[in-house]
Ligand binder design. Structure first.
Ligand SMILES: [Zn+2]
Length: 291
């Protein structure tokens, strides 16, 4: 019968999808990344204008928190270059791209919050530190304030980079996004993130899926008081993104934090003009990377 057939078909389809998800782990429905990352700037500004004391408090907690019991840290990301070389047969290898960067590793168990296999990598989330100092200062602050916030990389004004979370671990940098953004961005609040220390914000900031599907990059910059990013810093970001692309063997979608959480102040207006170039050419000024 028609109805029976429909039910059977539906049941078969459900089973097939369930099997796919089981097999692939991070299998996700097709995402609407395009729409998500192309939030009109006006909408973001509009959202920012309603800033209340609560928003300010949320901004202060911008970097979400969590201690962790991860214990397997310190593994050099360059170690897994085999699979990268397969996908990057032409041009520099992942190791070579990493070697071009001035990276200091400051890995701490407390700053890694769960496993992030390569097939779960979808986004690079850009942040401003909203403060000065060095990458070392920032990581030491994250460690000392007890919330164990962490972006994978902190890029200094001089182009030096501190890495405090390996690429195959989850960092706590994006936190809660606007309700509905999990679905809009095609991410999921799943069990890989230990979420220790994370305090739900609730209300219209209920979705927590981005950290499990992203790499976080902080730039030392104060959006309110500084006009632009030094060229050395932007060139370092260019090469860092090239390295991340090579490491995963695919280009991640680049967004700034305020695209995920509309009230956020970081990644200032000055950065908006770079975003389009990054998406198109993976450089801040649209020129080709000369490697
Ligand atoms: Zn941020």
């Amino acid at each position: 019968m028609h109805m029976t057939n429909n039910i059977q078909q539906r049941a078969m389809w459900t089973l097939a999808v369930a099997a796919m998800v089981l097999l692939t782990g991070c299998a996700q429905p097709a995402t609407t990344e395009q729409t998500a990352s192309q939030q009109p700037e006006a909408q973001q500004q509009e959202a920012t204008q309603g800033v209340s004391a609560q928003d300010v408090a949320q901004n202060a907690k911008d970097k979400d928190s969590s201690p962790t019991d991860e214990s397997k840290q310190g593994k050099d990301d360059g170690a897994s270059s085999d699979k990268q070389e397969e996908s990057k047969k032409e041009g520099p290898t992942t190791d070579e791209l990493r070697a071009e960067l001035n990276i200091t590793e400051m890995f701490y168990d407390e700053l890694a919050h769960g496993e992030k296999p390569a097939d779960c990598q979808k986004y690079i989330v850009m942040h401003d530190t909203e403060g000065g100092g060095t990458g070392e200062n920032v990581v030491n602050y994250w460690l000392s304030d007890g919330r164990f916030v962490s972006a994978h990389f902190v890029v200094g004004k001089d182009g030096s980079i501190v890495q405090c979370v390996p690429l195959d671990k989850i960092g706590h940098h994006a936190g809660f996004g606007n309700t509905g953004h999990n679905e809009e961005f095609g991410v999921e609040d799943e069990s890989r993130d230990d979420k220790r220390g994370t305090v739900p914000l609730g209300g219209d900031l209920a979705d927590y899926g981005m950290n499990s599907y992203s790499i976080g990059i902080e730039m030392i910059h104060e959006g309110e008081t500084e006009e632009d990013y030094p060229e050395e810093q932007l060139q370092a970001v260019d090469k860092l993104i090239a390295y991340i692309d090579a490491y995963y063997g695919h280009e991640s979608k680049i967004i700034d934090h305020k695209t995920w959480r509309l009230y956020n102040s970081d990644c200032s207006k000055e950065f908006d003009k770079y975003m389009e170039n990054y998406q198109k050419t993976r450089t801040h000024d649209g020129s080709q990377l000369d490697g």
